[in-house]
Design a protein around this ligand. Structure first.
Ligand code: CUA
Length: 346
């Protein structure tokens, strides 16, 4: 009887292992995961596949044994007697300690290899300093002394990100690169990535950092080396225009480009700029609305002061201490005027 039960459990386990293996190998993870756009995404996905496979097999075997036990050893109708006392089973305990220990050890060694591989420094890497602020990203290229709110990277070149935050903890996340790294105030975290696929991919914040967290997005543009260099040369503090596109010509276009590149869209809504943020006041019609907001200030004065000293006038229903207050340092006088004029026209 006892032998039959053990035999049954072994047979069921073997069948479930076979099913688990088939399921794990047949799942097309590439259809579920984002495209692989960096060299590390291939080995990270491989590791994920193996973990997923092992987990699938263990899940089926454990749940299969559980269901079998529940049915096979259920109480017979009218049986009020106690179950037989059991004082442990050495063989069983050795088996269920040994097998998980081996699995964990194998996963540990393999994960360590993957980690070593993805953290290997590149030769002559491109250094990009990433600064997180509530609620936008800034990317600074120290060699070229260029900063941008959109991340441009040359194809095939290893990038060393040096990530930090100016306020709270954020997390730099590019799903297509398979990277996620906390941005911590007062600390610089290094992250190494080699982009392998031309394209545009979303950048997200993966750490709840305040009311604008969900809107704290940007974009990484992976492009050919020549396109990247052209972009880098043509860039101004915030006038980052995607490579291959014409530089903005009219004042209106420059204003819109500034608005977008400074990350204003993360918090404000403005139809002209395709912005839908809800953290800060809506800006459609602001050219009219700005005039009557504060006595003694005309629309231009109001907008200029609201840009440079964001907490000077808080619109009803919104909180202060959220908008960056260093635009007087980050923008030239010309850029400030362009932005104010742009908003006056809205
Ligand atoms: Cu920054 Cu969430």
């Amino acid at each position: 009887m006892r032998e039959r039960t053990i035999l049954t459990v072994i047979v069921i386990s073997l069948v479930l292992i076979a099913i688990g293996y088939l399921v794990a190998t047949q799942i097309d993870l590439s259809a579920l995961l984002p495209v692989q756009a960096s060299s590390r995404s291939v080995i990270v996905d491989q590791l994920f596949r193996i973990l997923m496979g092992i987990a699938t097999v263990i899940f089926l075997v454990v749940e299969g044994a559980l269901i079998y036990a529940v049915i096979r050893f259920r109480k017979a109708p009218g049986d009020e007697s106690d179950a037989a006392p059991i004082h442990g089973n050495n063989a069983l305990e050795i088996i269920w300690t040994f097998i998980p220990a081996v699995i964990v050890a194998v996963i540990g060694v393999y994960s360590y290899q993957v980690l070593t591989e993805i953290e290997r420094p590149g030769e002559e890497p491109l250094v990009v300093e990433v600064t997180a602020r509530q609620f936008f990203w800034e990317f600074y290229y120290p060699e070229a002394d260029v900063s941008s709110q959109i991340l441009h990277l040359p194809l095939g070149k290893t990038v060393h990100f040096q990530i930090t935050s100016e306020d709270v903890i954020h997390s730099f996340w590019v799903p297509e690169f398979r990277v996620k790294q906390d941005a911590t105030p007062g600390q610089i975290s290094e992250l190494i990535v080699t982009p392998t696929k031309v394209g545009r991919y979303p950048i997200r914040c993966a750490e709840l950092c305040g009311p604008g967290h969900a809107a704290m997005t940007s974009e990484v543009v992976v492009e050919e080396q020549a396109d990247f260099e052209r972009w880098l040369r043509g860039d101004i503090v915030a006038g980052a225009t995607p490579a291959g596109q014409a530089q903005p010509e009219s004042a209106d276009q420059t204003g819109r480009a500034l608005f977008v590149d400074l990350g204003c869209s993360a918090c404000h809504s403005l139809q002209n700029a395709g912005a839908t943020g809800i953290v800060g006041p809506a800006l459609d019609g602001i050219g009219q609305a700005a005039a009557g907001r504060v006595a003694d200030l005309d629309a231009e004065e109001y907008l200029r002061q609201s840009l440079l000293e964001p907490d000077a006038h808080i619109v009803d229903g919104f909180t202060g201490n959220l908008m960056p207050n260093d635009y007087d340092e980050r923008l030239s006088e010309e850029q400030i005027s362009t932005l104010v004029d742009y908003l006056l026209d809205q």
